[in-house]
Write a protein of this length. Sequence first.
Lengths: 98, 186
Amino acid sequence: MLLGPALILSAILFSIGVVGVVIRRNAIILFMCIELMLNAVNLSFVALAQFHGLSGQVMVFFVMTVAAAEAAVGLAIILAVFRHRQSVDLQNINLLRG
Amino acid sequence: MMTQIVFYVMAASAVVCALACILQRNPVAAAMWLVGTMFSLAGIYVLLNAQFIGAIQILVYAGAIMVLFLFVIMLLNLGHNASDLRRWPAFGLAVGVSTALLTTLAGLRFYTPARLAAEVAGASASQDPARVLAGGTAAQSAMDSLGVVGAIADPLFRTYLVPFEITSVLLLTAAVGAVVIAKRRI
């Protein structure tokens, strides 16, 4: 019964993803950290699906679909911003700053 | 016992790869470390009675999504090793946020199937379609009767048929949106 350890691993991976989002400035690495957080949540879904029936595993399907759609649109946005600014460094993307 | 050893090896590998991913300067190397995390998680999914999800994890995440990431990194020519870490206030914020998250979630390690079943049975919310078995065999028993893929296909195409169909609209929208955003000069 690996429920507790799996949930703890999920929490650790999610925290690592949050730390990555906070300390990095590269937009693509930020996206990777978001994927890491989605993976952590998937892990807790799968761990709980052992006991709750397989609805949790179906939910992992939907999370993966949303992650794929988000990655496609987000990377397209990064491409458009790169064409405009010649950089993916978030410090150079400050058009909305007052 | 063997399952536990394999789980902890996979978990350590996942955490190490994730740390290397967020600390690596080169975006290509970071992407490769993230692939390592996803492979470790796929192994853990197999241990948790989710063999099909493990296979899909490797196919979709490590195969498709990470290739998309690598493709964009190569397209933008981002292989330079300039450091993009933020200044120290961000590090303080990172330590604070992660400490708060981990201390909040640390209680999860005491979770056992019996406690989960007691909590869900005590809750007034509807329990359908989730069904809690105190023995922790819900996934295992469904797979014994329907097979590994059939056990997931049954709720996917019965209970969650409408969300599944809406997913196709989402994917179509994402594909069209990605083409439009990346093609046009903005």
